[in-house]
Design a protein around this ligand. Structure first.
Ligand SMILES: [Zn+2]
Length: 145
């Protein structure tokens, strides 16, 4: 599956994740951190882990610090698994979705509720605020559906 429209903008293999400078392979520093927003394109065992690439110990430290401070949200991880499953195999029914994601019905339901609540929360502050059309506020959040 070549579903990289979101990743393409952010990850450039061989470049520092902080300063984006290209690094010769011998000089790359790596670190694996926990990140509930990181979903592997196909390997569920690697979900929730992000491999950082940095050009220097300083930058590696800054990146590690960033992810250390970021909350690890189980629902976010599960939502990513569900999204991946539905992207690669659209039209799964609930039972198949559970099989593919390794989640049970309760977890799936809980996750979908969490997602829609989060969606509403994101929408809420805009209600009542005068906003000229346009100005797409695109953060790197996973898109619903
Ligand atoms: Zn760097």
């Amino acid at each position: 599956m070549n579903d990289s429209d979101r990743l393409a903008a952010t990850s450039n293999p061989g470049a520092c994740d902080l300063c984006r400078v290209a690094i010769p392979s011998a000089a790359r520093l790596f670190s694996l951190v926990r990140d509930s927003s990181s979903i592997h394109p196909y390997d569920p065992d690697q979900d929730g882990g992000r491999l950082l690439t940095a050009c220097s110990p300083d930058h590696l430290g800054e990146l590690q610090q960033h992810y250390r401070l970021r909350p690890f949200v189980n629902e976010e991880l599960r939502a990513g698994k569900i999204t991946r499953a539905l992207r690669t195999q659209p039209g799964l029914d609930e039972e198949e979705l559970a099989q593919v994601t390794g989640l049970n019905f309760l977890q799936i339901e809980h996750t979908l509720t969490w997602e829609s609540e989060r969606f509403l929360e994101e929408q809420a502050p805009r209600v009542g605020r005068e906003e000229p059309e346009g100005g797409p506020d695109t953060r790197d959040a996973p898109e619903p559906g």
